[in-house]
Design a protein around this ligand. Structure first.
Ligand code: 1CP
Length: 346
């Protein structure tokens, strides 16, 4: 282990306390809305180069915390680093997002090389050690990975997509092939998160950004079951290290997800009605969310009212204030400062 483990409001909340005012951090808190990030990104040359440069990736991780004082930092990386480390191609094109080869058949399974991952992610692990050493002990450092379904969906589509129809169809038309891809990703994800914990992250979050596109039957099979496998591996290797799940767009499937999984917290998207969702989570699991990123972009009265509504619904509960999805690149940095101040005022 490197550096001091965190002991502030974020880790206390994940550990079971109802802390008020709640800890606050924001998904995509590092990124293009910050001029200091844009400068770093220009120096690195590309997004992928930035992710694999420990000194610069550590700086990108710390930048928002230095400016705004969030209660957690999230490792600057991407969910698509894991398929990249497995030997799958990956490119981030300007204004286009990620582009990957399309996973289409049995021959592609053989192209994935789990044995490459440990060496390929060495720069990410070094980034973690640097960040943990640089952060104050009351700021939690979160590691993360994509959930197997969401990562498989990007691989099958060859990048982002509106509704991931190709991936959802493969899950049903070619269940054997899809199941083998999912099993490989589940194993690799568990090991990758375990390595992040060994390198110094205090907790991990698993982003299943597209899980809510699945029917309830397929959600159980491809979102809940793989997450149970990842959580079991982590519980065995790192007992007590909190795991946060984020089954985005899960709606009424949240209850089953929460009941089936031993998670410290569950991320809630903007459409989650907090009264209902926190009820579905139960007392054992903290909620994390769920301000509309567009309210943060809008600022002013919209931001004040939406923030107040979330604080009112979460008061007295175990809760982590966050957005329902990532910070939008056009967001004025001053709005982020205003949000943090409002949350801190409770
Ligand atoms: O500099 C740039 O232009 C690159 C933009 C960017 C950034 C800043 C991408 C490309 N990824 C990231 C960082 C990132 N991605 C982080 C770490 C920093 C932080 O949160 O502060 C994290 C946790 C992610 C996770 C991620 N990447 C998810 C899950 C969360 C979500 O947004 O749903 C997903 C789906 C991705 C894929 C991805 N990477 C980048 C883009 C533009 C996308 C989305 C592609 C799409 O579906 O359109």
């Amino acid at each position: 282990m490197t550096g001091a483990a965190a002991n502030g409001p974020m880790m206390r909340t994940l550990g079971g306390e109802a802390v008020w005012p709640p800890p606050v951090w924001l998904m995509r808190q590092a990124g293009r809305y910050l001029p200091e990030y844009r400068a770093l990104r220009a120096q690195a040359g590309s997004f992928l180069a930035l992710c694999l440069d420990p000194a610069r990736a550590a700086e990108a991780t710390v930048q928002p915390v230095r400016r705004f004082g969030m209660d957690a930092a999230i490792l600057f990386s991407d969910i698509l680093i894991l398929p990249w480390a497995l030997g799958w191609g990956l490119e981030f094109r300007e204004g286009e997002g990620p582009v990957l080869p399309r996973f289409a058949g049995e021959a592609d399974l053989a192209r994935l090389e789990p044995g490459r991952v440990a060496a390929a992610v060495a720069p990410v692990l070094e980034t973690i050690a640097r960040v943990r050493a640089a952060l104050a002990p009351d700021v939690a450092l979160l590691g993360f990975a994509g959930a197997p379904f969401t990562v498989a969906a990007y691989m099958i589509e060859g990048g982002g997509a509106r509704d991931f129809a190709r991936a959802r169809a493969m899950a049903q038309a070619e269940p054997g092939l899809f199941g083998r891809l999912m099993a490989l990703l589940e194993e690799a994800t568990g090991r990758y998160l375990s390595a992040q914990i060994a390198a110094g992250v205090d907790a991990v979050m698993v982003f299943d950004s597209w899980a809510g596109l699945l029917s309830p039957r397929l959600f159980a099979r491809h979102a809940v079951t793989p997450m149970a496998g990842v959580a079991a591996l982590l519980a065995q290797r790192h007992p007590g290290v909190p795991v946060i799940g984020f089954p985005r767009l899960a709606g009424s499937m949240l209850g089953g997800y929460a009941r089936a999984l031993p998670l410290a917290a569950i991320g809630l998207d903007t459409g989650a009605d907090l009264e209902v969702a926190l009820g579905l989570l139960g007392a054992g699991t903290a909620g994390q969310g769920n301000l509309d990123p567009a309210a943060l972009l809008a600022g002013g009265r919209a931001l004040a009212e939406e923030t107040a509504a979330i604080l009112a619904a979460a008061r007295g509960r175990r809760f982590v204030f966050n957005l329902g999805h990532g910070v939008l690149p056009e967001t004025p940095p001053a709005h982020v400062g205003e949000l943090i101040a409002r949350v801190r005022a409770g």
